[in-house]
Structure formats: structure tokens, C-alpha cells
Design a protein around this ligand. Structure first.
Ligand code: BDR
Ligand code: CA
Length: 323
């Protein structure tokens, strides 16, 4: 595709099943991303990072999700703080536990390991062509790329949730990039395939009451708990925004960019991370210029999602694991 053009991918759904490592900080929308990944990918592993909540809680939440889904995907905890920035969380969106709003069970198992970076490196060295799908701060991914220079040639690419042409944690910066801008800069500069589900596309994907009702209508405990989580998540979003009909369900879109590319429009852009700006630290600066002197694209930026169809993918994935 030529630079500057947009396209809707027309490849058939699930033409091939991507192998992925989901790097997450659950988080309500991370929990939904785990459900979609469990159905539609070869989910090689889940790695956790501090972000929405401290690492102990994001790891616990990931383990609870694997229990609820009945999957034995390995879970490895990773970085408990950003590379340079102080650790800061998002209790104002997700609650102090990271997954407030539902009566969740205790996890039945512990994490398989506490070195997510090593797990990522060894897994990608053993198996070529894995997609890394980070949906939290990019600390683990940056550490893996920095530790293993061969990694970028072993993976299929990186499909992340982060950034956008506007911010949510600050006027300029989206939370995942804002939380660890130095790590994000390393990831955006890594030189391989990169897909970005930023706020421009994720704010098109809201858990409206009608959509949550589709989850509530499903049988079983998983659906009941996820509907409770979506109600809580949407309530915090609608309280904090002027113009939203429900929470933006950000993170599953980074998974669906791989599993359901036909639902998205993309634009190829050069994107850099601002790490120094007094007001713009953590910004993803997307080069939209029509000038030929612009730098060549390093990123497929998701610009549009078929929201109803994408939410139906989520509902069907929850139904798949419901009993
Ligand atoms: C991102 O930040 C977190 O609150 C969500 O889980 C998502 O990954 C959105 O800015
Ligand atoms: Ca997240």
C-alpha cells in the first residue's frame, strides 16, 4: 500500500491463526483481550507488567482470567515498574485492584515464572514468527528487545494498544505510552512490523449499554462477571468524559488487528515517541504530512473499526467459553 493511502483489509477472517504472547496489565479491557486471544490465537503465553495496577495485582488478575476461561496458558510476571518514570497506576479507571466491579474468585494457581522478559526471549528464540501483543506499558517488550538483539528478526511483529493523536492521561499522552515513554520509544524504533491501536480507533469501540446487554444475556459465570466488569468500566468512563456512551474497550483491538484485520482501516505512518516535552512527554507524534520529506512509515496505525462487528466478536468469544 502506498504511503498516505488508507485501506480496509479484505483478507478472510481467521485465514491463519497467529501465535501470540499477550503482554498485559489487567485491567478491564485487558481481561477482554485475554478472552479474544484465547479463542482466536495460538496464545503461547501471557506476560504481565505493572500499569493499571501494581504487578502483583495485574498478575493475579491474569491468573483469574485463565481460571475463568479454563485455559492453562503460562503466565509470567515481568517488570514491576517503568524503565525511568516512577510507577503510577490507574485506579481512577480500573479501581485499586485493577479489576474492580465484579465478585471475582481467588486464583487457583500461581504464576509460572517471574521473569517475563526471559520467557519472551526464550519463547521467540525457540519458535519463529510469534506476534508480541502488548496492551499495557511497554516495559517488558523494550527490555526483551534491548536484551536480545536477535529478537526483532525472530518475531512476526508487534501489535500494540497505545498512543493516538490525542491523549487520555494528559492532553498529549495516552496512558500506556505515558506510563513508560522510554520503553515506548524503544519499541517504536525497533525496526520491524508494528501495528498501533491508539485512542483514535479505540474510542470508536465503546461498551454501550446495548452491547453490555449482549454479554449479560449469555449464560454462565464468565459472562456474568464480565458484564459486571464492563458495567463498572463504563461507569468510570461515562463519569469522567463529556461524550462517551460507554467505556472504550481498547485492548482487544490490538488482538483483533491480527485475527480480524478485515474489521479495520489502517494508515501507514511514521510515529515517534516524545520523551522530553514538558507538556507532551509520552505523546505519539504521528507524521500526517503530505510532504515528500516525511520519514518513511514505521507503523500501521489503525484508524477505523467496524465497531458493531468487532463487539460481536467479543460476545461470541465470551459465549465460546461460557457454560
Ligand atoms: C490503556 O490504558 C489502560 O487503562 C487500558 O487497559 C488500556 O490498555 C488505554 O489508555
Ligand atoms: Ca491495558
Amino acid at each position: 500500500m502506498l504511503y498516505g493511502m488508507s485501506s480496509t483489509n479484505t483478507s478472510p477472517p481467521n485465514a491463519s491463526t497467529p501465535s501470540i504472547i499477550l503482554d498485559c496489565d489487567p485491567g478491564h479491557d485487558d481481561a477482554i483481550a485475554i478472552v479474544v486471544a484465547a479463542q482466536h490465537t495460538n496464545l503461547v503465553g501471557i506476560t504481565t507488567v505493572a500499569g493499571n495496577a501494581p504487578l502483583t495485582m495485574t498478575t493475579r488478575n491474569a491468573l483469574i482470567m485463565t481460571d475463568l476461561l479454563g485455559i492453562d496458558t503460562p503466565v509470567h510476571s515481568g517488570a514491576d515498574r517503568p524503565l525511568v518514570a516512577p510507577p503510577r497506576h490507574a485506579g481512577y479507571v480500573h479501581g485499586e485492584s485493577g479489576l474492580d466491579g465484579a465478585d471475582l474468585p481467588e486464583p487457583t494457581r500461581g504464576a509460572n515464572g517471574d521473569n517475563a522478559v526471559e520467557f519472551i526471549i526464550e519463547t521467540c528464540r525457540t519458535t519463529e514468527g510469534i506476534w508480541l501483543v502488548p496492551v499495557g506499558p511497554l516495559t517488558n517488550i523494550a527490555l526483551a528487545l534491548r536484551t536480545a538483539s536477535d529478537l526483532k528478526d525472530r518475531i512476526a511483529g508487534i501489535s500494540l494498544m497505545g498512543g493516538g493523536s490525542f491523549g487520555n492521561r494528559s492532553a498529549a499522552a495516552e496512558f500506556n505510552i505515558w506510563a513508560d515513554p522510554e520503553a515506548a520509544a524503544m519499541v517504536y524504533e525497533y525496526g520491524g512490523p508494528l501495528k498501533m491501536a491508539g485512542l483514535d480507533v479505540t474510542h470508536q469501540f465503546q461498551a454501550t449499554p446495548d452491547r453490555i446487554a449482549k454479554v449479560s444475556a449469555l449464560p454462565g459465570r464468565l459472562a456474568e462477571l464480565l458484564a459486571d466488569l464492563l458495567h463498572f468500566f463504563s461507569a468510570t468512563y461515562m463519569t469522567r468524559h463529556d461524550d462517551m456512551g460507554g467505556a472504550a474497550v481498547h485492548d482487544p483491538l490490538a488482538v483483533m488487528a491480527l485475527t480480524h484485520p478485515e474489521l479495520f482501516t489502517i494508515a501507514q505512518r511514521h510515529v515517534v515517541i516524545e520523551t522530553a516535552g514538558e507538556h507532551t512527554r509520552g505523546m505519539t507524534l504521528i507524521d500526517e504530512r503530505a510532504l515528500i520529506e516525511r520519514r518513511p512509515p514505521n507503523c500501521d496505525v489503525l484508524t477505523h473499526v467496524e465497531a458493531d462487528a468487532a463487539f460481536d466478536v467479543i460476545v461470541a468469544a465470551i459465549a465460546h467459553f461460557s457454560n
